[in-house]
Design a protein around this ligand. Structure first.
Ligand code: SAM
Length: 343
């Protein structure tokens, strides 16, 4: 069995995403979905994820063991026993992630995880001091598969434990006093999906830029930004020497002949099909950018249905940016972040 974790309230969306990927899936509890049965036909046991990885899941636990205990010490001992057995024969000589978290947002569960983490750490230090010294408590950054020890509390007396996870790259980003909007955090988090951020000297076209959080993020890194919006720029984006503000319509703005931007940014509050067909598709088809970060608001669309359309073999993303990633990131509310690189 595999268990997927997501934000509370997104469980049904995730079930539908998994069913579309060919799995049998059911809600397991707050913030958790179980994938049952064999991996989908055509999938492999190592992946069987949708193209680009899960959108609604931030974590996939592979074949987790369920530790149970009615006290902190009993839980720590059960996890310690399981871990001791699971690493038998392994050589651990590199730092490894040892991450304790809680599924959903039930009150007190995160505190329970912290208390058990502490008790487990003490047991491990006594039993396997060298292995304990190499452990790091931070959730690994990035999107992909990781090895370590991952413990997720699903109830006060129960936790799922595994050594292999897939992580979606969701991260809480640090704010910047000069950033003119909270939207700044969204683009900062989305860079992690691409594994890179704008570099000094690169060019960025930011469509729907005001008040300028995304433009500020790129310009702070030394990129030159064309910020397209009829609205005013504010804060650190206002009069920034690397930001050229154009009061134009994002849907009709075009690069000059032969111009290709390194980055397309797009964060419009518009119907997502309209944004994809009227704006993103021409930008990708005409290769006016090398890579992109866009946000698609759910609006009145059905989120899993939108996801399915974005991933269809004939979609603009599949045709022009294979490998594009659609994700529901930590700083996304009712919207997807979409990133990709043009081949
Ligand atoms: C969510 S805000 C963008 C926030 C921005 N990413 C930031 O970090 O501050 C959406 C912006 O899209 C702009 N917008 C909506 N439709 C537009 C259009 N057709 N052309 C240009 N800008 C548009 C709005 O004026 C608004 O400023």
């Amino acid at each position: 069995m595999r268990v997927l974790l997501c934000r509370s309230g997104c469980e049904e969306h995730l079930v539908r995403e998994a069913v579309d990927a060919g799995w049998s899936a059911a809600v397991r509890g707050p913030g958790a979905v179980a994938l049952t049965g064999p991996p989908p036909v055509g999938g492999t046991t190592s992946s069987a994820r949708p193209p680009g990885g899960w959108a609604f899941a931030d974590t996939e636990l592979t074949e987790p063991f369920e530790a149970a205990g009615d006290s902190v010490n009993a839980l720590a001992a059960a996890i310690n026993d399981w871990f001791g057995q699971s690493i038998r024969g392994d050589t651990i000589d590199q730092p490894w992630p040892c991450v304790f978290t809680a599924a959903g947002d039930a009150a007190g569960l995160a505190r329970r995880a912290t208390a058990v983490e502490k008790a487990f750490g003490e047991l491990l230090r006594r039993r396997l001091g060298r292995v304990a010294r190499l452990s790091t408590p931070a959730r690994p950054a990035g999107r992909g598969a990781f090895k370590g020890l991952f413990v997720v509390f699903t109830a006060f007396d129960r936790a799922l434990v595994t050594r292999t996870v897939w992580l979606g790259g969701q991260r809480r980003m640090a704010d910047d006093d000069q950033a003119p909007s909270r939207s700044y955090l969204k683009v900062e988090e989305a860079y992690g999906l691409l594994g890179r951020a704008p570099q000094p000297g690169e060019t960025v076209c930011d469509l729907g830029a005001a008040p300028g959080g995304w433009s500020y993020s790129a310009a702070s890194r030394g990129a030159r930004v064309t910020a397209v919006d009829n609205g005013p720029l504010k804060g650190g984006a206002l009069d920034h020497p690397l930001i050229d503000h154009r009061r134009l319509d994002a849907f009709t703005f075009r690069p000059t002949s032969g111009q290709r931007f390194d980055w397309l940014f797009c964060d419009l509050v518009e119907e997502p099909h309209h944004v994809m067909r009227g704006l993103i598709e021409p930008w990708l088809a005409e290769r006016w950018c090398r890579q992109f970060v866009i946000v698609l608001k759910f609006g009145r669309t059905d989120p899993p249905g939108l996801l399915r359309e974005l991933r269809e073999p004939g979609s603009a993303l599949a045709r022009y940016a294979p490998g594009a990633v659609v994700a529901h990131l930590h700083h996304n509310r009712d919207e997807f972040a979409v990133t990709g690189v043009l081949p």
